[in-house]
Ligand binder design. Structure first.
Ligand code: IMP
Ligand code: MG
Length: 182
């Protein structure tokens, strides 16, 4: 038993790496029909980093040449409930004035992160902001907000892998897995 593993966590494969790649290519094809070639992709850290890496290369195959930026957002909590206030951490320097922007996150859950990211970029002058989530858990939504592009709709299960973590673990998995029980 490794000292740093305090307990075994069962990760059950949910979406295979090959299925992710096929779906990302379809998403890129749809995005390429709607967005100008010189748009900006803004990934929301940390969970989107693997998805963004694959998505921008798929966008290249479909003729787009996006700038790639990342932003880290922090949600503020009032007791146990998110207040919906989201602040930009770190730098999101440079101008978005007049730019078309695709905001990319790993999972759309309550909807707050993508909704807030969209507002922040519009406040910074972005002209045409679209949103994209690899995974969508519609049963968890608290806002009337829907990402423009969604890879897979999933039930209310806790997922990891392909950039998505459980307490910083499992981001390295090349597939999406579901955590069972505890
Ligand atoms: P929301 O849509 O603002 O509620 O935020 C979605 C964020 O919640 C995602 O970017 C993830 O960081 C996190 N999240 C939601 N569901 C899961 C999950 O199943 N596993 C890991 N992180 C999750
Ligand atoms: Mg996240």
């Amino acid at each position: 038993m490794m000292a740093f593993e305090d307990r075994a966590i069962d990760v059950e494969p949910l979406i295979a790496g090959s299925a992710l790649q096929r779906r990302i290519d379809e998403l890129a094809e749809a995005i390429a029909k709607d967005m100008p070639p010189t748009m900006v992709v803004v990934g929301i850290l940390t969970g989107s980093f693997v998805f963004v890496a694959d998505l921008v290369r798929a966008l290249d195959r479909h003729g787009l040449a996006p700038d790639v930026r990342f932003v880290q957002l922090a949600s503020y909590f009032d007791g146990t409930e998110s207040t919906g206030e989201v602040q930009v951490l770190g730098s999101l320097s440079g101008s978005f004035e007049g730019r078309a922007v695709l905001v990319v996150d790993d999972i759309q859950d309550t909807g707050r992160t993508l909704a807030m990211a969209k507002r922040i970029l519009e406040d910074r002058g972005a002209k045409h902001v679209r949103t994209c989530a690899l995974l969508d858990k519609p049963s968890r939504r608290v806002l009337e907000f829907q990402a423009d592009y969604v890879g897979f709709t999933i039930p209310d299960v806790f997922v990891v892998g392909y950039g998505i973590d459980y307490a910083e673990r499992f981001r390295h998995l090349p597939y999406i897995g579901q955590i069972n029980g505890d």
